[in-house]
Design a protein around this ligand. Structure first.
Ligand SMILES: [Zn+2]
Length: 131
């Protein structure tokens, strides 16, 4: 039987991954909603309070930004399942190993492309430092 990803996954595995992705999406959306209150600037009381709440707010903004980027990947993976393109690396078009998908179901890249992307990012950071 040829599966959705060209035979890499069984229908049961695919169902499990879809359920895992949907659960993850629900959890991420809840997290974002929980932190939304922190993003609102409260009425300024005394300067000490104000300073600590601005640090909290800064952390919350960074936290929510990170969650949003994972949410984006999770939704992308769910779209790919719907379009029957799930399990294929978005960079090189090769099949992503089922083991990797079970560990990180929202991973858009195969292992070698992920490594390249990380090297590229590190390289970009390095050159930014040297500028
Ligand atoms: Zn790849």
């Amino acid at each position: 039987m040829v599966g959705i990803s060209g035979g890499g996954m069984t229908r049961d595995q695919e169902k499990q991954l879809k359920a895992a992705l949907e659960a993850k999406r629900g959890a991420l959306i809840r997290e974002i909603n929980d932190h939304r209150n922190c993003l609102v600037i409260g009425p300024a009381s005394d300067p000490v309070d104000q300073a600590s709440s601005s640090v909290d707010r800064d952390l919350a903004i960074r936290y929510v930004a990170r969650i949003c980027s994972v949410l984006h990947l999770v939704e992308g993976a769910l779209n790919e399942i719907r379009d029957a393109t799930f399990g294929v690396c978005s960079k090189c078009g090769k099949e992503i190993p089922a083991k990797r998908l079970q560990a990180v179901p929202w991973s858009p890249y195969c292992i070698s492309c992920q490594k390249l992307a990380e090297q590229f990012r590190r390289g970009a950071e390095m050159s930014a430092v040297h500028l």
